[in-house]
Design a protein around this ligand. Sequence first.
Ligand SMILES: Cc1cc2nc3c(=O)[nH]c(=O)nc-3n(C[C@H](O)[C@H](O)[C@H](O)COP(=O)(O)OP(=O)(O)OC[C@H]3O[C@@H](n4cnc5c(N)ncnc54)[C@H](O)[C@@H]3O)c2cc1C
Length: 390
Amino acid sequence: MDIELSSEDLTFIKEVRAFFEENKIKKDEDYFTWRNNWFEKAKKKGGWDVPKWPAKFGGPGWTPTQHYIWEQETTKATIPFDIPFGLGMLAPILMGYGNEEQQERFLPPIRERTVNWCQGYSEPGAGSDLANLKTKAVLSEDGTYYTVNGSKMWTTLAHVADWIFCLTRTDDSGIKQKGITFLLFPMKQEGIEVKPIITLGGAHTVNTVHFTDVKVPVENRIGEEGKGWTYAKGLLEHERTGLAGLSRSLFELENLKDLARTVTRGNSNLMNDSGYKAKIAELEIDLMATEYTELRSLASASAGAELGPESSILKLKGTEIKQRIQKLTVEASGIYSPAWGEKSIGFPFAKGGTTGYLNSRYFTIYGGASEVQKDVIAKKVLGLTKRSSK
Ligand SMILES: Cc1cc2nc3c(=O)[nH]c(=O)nc-3n(C[C@H](O)[C@H](O)[C@H](O)COP(=O)(O)OP(=O)(O)OC[C@H]3O[C@@H](n4cnc5c(N)ncnc54)[C@H](O)[C@@H]3O)c2cc1C
């Protein structure tokens, strides 16, 4: 594994930092004007507005190391928000399995951030066992459209989404993984009802979505009917890697240490409390070890390997690390942590810390629960097989 930065990489770091510095939001600047201009300028840099897209589709065509540098630098810079569903999840599917017409129709608005997407995978009876999904799509007799009926669950940002990419069942005669069809359709139409789910931290980000006789033209189907599972699986690997968020955790861990230094403990501060310090050290070691796994996977990607089951290791460890950071933030706010109503009491970070902790409970559930990642690692990384019952 070669993880030494080359002189080109060091030049790239400088270039990225200069870009972020030049394009910081100015005092009193309108956020959305700044956001649009930022992406426009990033596009002119040579596809920096779509860093993960391949050069063929207008992306920068960076090396894996450049991607890693970009991830690291974005955590320290002020950059505009982005929603991952269109840009990071559907776009690779369109590029890999969509036809030319679909690519021309859907990719430009994703890139311009004018159309928001949501992901319709999970259902009340299909989460970890996703292939169990029941939302039905029936092809019309003339073969021009599908009629969709059923429900999706935990659909993030469905209430603000313009379109959904949705897994539907078109055949239930064979094994569950067969007969799944990948459809795209607008959210703002008759027959679609979105209901909020309020999560533990009090936020509304997820929803249930109900479909009643929703008509979807056949040209909105990705690939072949019944082959949706193949396309869906590819997307999950991209999703899992994205959820590990190691660069962000590195940044947040440093932040946490700074917070802990503001908390008085005896004659000193919390960072000098041996118990707390040991937990931080343990976390730091795990984070470093996981980062090396990420670097190893970058090194093999540089050598041309496909993204594989190591995305499960990164998802598993990365999300646990994020939860531990949140837990230690709550520990730092101590007795002030339960008072997380309107504003913080005691420490400025107390309220945000508790909300973050409660919200972080789902990190080890979405994108595939930790137990499921462990199954993938056991089978595909360690090569373990099920023990026979005899
Ligand atoms: C905040 C949030 C946002 C989400 N956003 C989206 C979204 O935008 N779109 C979307 O489609 N889905 C979304 N999801 C759904 C998410 O992918 C599922 O919650 C997840 O796959 C787990 O499925 P489940 O909730 O049905 O739990 P279940 O599958 O019922 O699992 C329940 C428990 O059983 C355990 N378990 C299940 N199977 C096994 C096994 N084989 N071995 C050992 N233990 C097992 C699990 O680990 C878990 O602890 C979101 C979920 C959350 C919490």
